[in-house]
Ligand binder design. Structure first.
Ligand code: ZN
Ligand code: ZN
Length: 257
């Protein structure tokens, strides 16, 4: 990931509110297309420019060809707020996040996220590196808003269940670890859609935090089809279970490891 600054030159009379609203709409479009990552975008006025700090999912993320239809519209609309097209200044590689997937053609994908890392929820199945969503292109002009909104909820629940003094004892963990929770139903549908869209496998990661029976944990079956899904060696040092027909991966419950 790359840290960058977007500079919007003030070309005509504008108000803070108007400029802020249009910059926000543009940045939101970039988020939903997977071009920039995260939720916080410090923005300030410096002389003749508004400047926003962003994290790019790849060095070339903001090339116009990667914009969604929504992004193109938001870019055009900047003029209505008296702002010019943004100029990009790369500041350097972001040391706090994983490196972007180096593969030009990932063999497959894993849908995986957690609260700790602000990166794309889509990982390359070969090296587990985050894949910028814009690389998938768009289908019927759609962007990845549903996927990003799913990720936000997943991360929020994960953050809650990682706290020592949980305000929602157990319910956050259940949402993450039960196959049929609303969160996982939604996530699996999104994974299936990505598999259809790319013509490649897209495994869904099913979180496993605690277990009622740690002794039986290592030999548990695929919760979807009941097949034996234990791997001889962990996949990406994280997953001890994988079912290719259900496109699910999971781990030995953290409490049992
Ligand atoms: Zn890769
Ligand atoms: Zn299965």
């Amino acid at each position: 990931m790359w840290l960058a600054e977007l500079k919007f030159r003030v070309l005509a009379n504008t108000s803070y509110t108007q400029a802020e609203q249009h910059i926000r709409q543009y940045l939101e479009a970039l988020i939903f297309q997977g071009q920039i990552i995260g939720r916080e975008f410090p923005t300030y006025l410096a002389d003749t420019h508004f400047c926003s700090r962003v994290i790019l999912s790849a060095q070339d993320a903001l090339q116009p060809k990667h914009h969604s239809q929504r992004g193109q519209k938001a870019l055009q609309a900047l003029g209505n707020a008296g702002l010019g097209y943004p100029k990009l200044q790369l500041l350097g590689q972001d040391l706090m996040s994983s490196e972007t997937d180096p593969c030009t053609e990932p063999p497959g994908y894993i849908l995986f996220t957690n609260f700790a890392e602000q990166v794309s929820p889509l990982r390359c199945s070969a090296d587990f590196a985050p894949v910028p969503l814009f690389r998938l292109g768009s289908l019927n002009g759609e962007d990845f808003e549903a996927l990003i909104r799913w990720q936000l909820q997943y991360q929020a629940l994960d953050e809650i269940q990682m706290q020592q003094q949980r305000v929602l004892p157990k319910s956050a963990e259940q949402a993450l670890q039960q196959l049929h929770s609303a969160l996982n139903r939604q996530g699996r549908q999104l994974a299936k859609k990505l598999a259809r869209q790319t013509g490649k496998a897209c495994h869904y990661y099913l979180y496993s935090g605690s277990s009622k029976n740690c002794q039986a944990e290592a030999s548990k079956k695929c919760p979807s089809c009941g097949a034996d899904w234990r791997l001889t060696n962990s996949w990406h040092q994280l997953f001890q279970f994988r079912c290719d027909s259900c496109q699910l991966v999971s781990n030995i419950a953290w409490d049992c490891q």
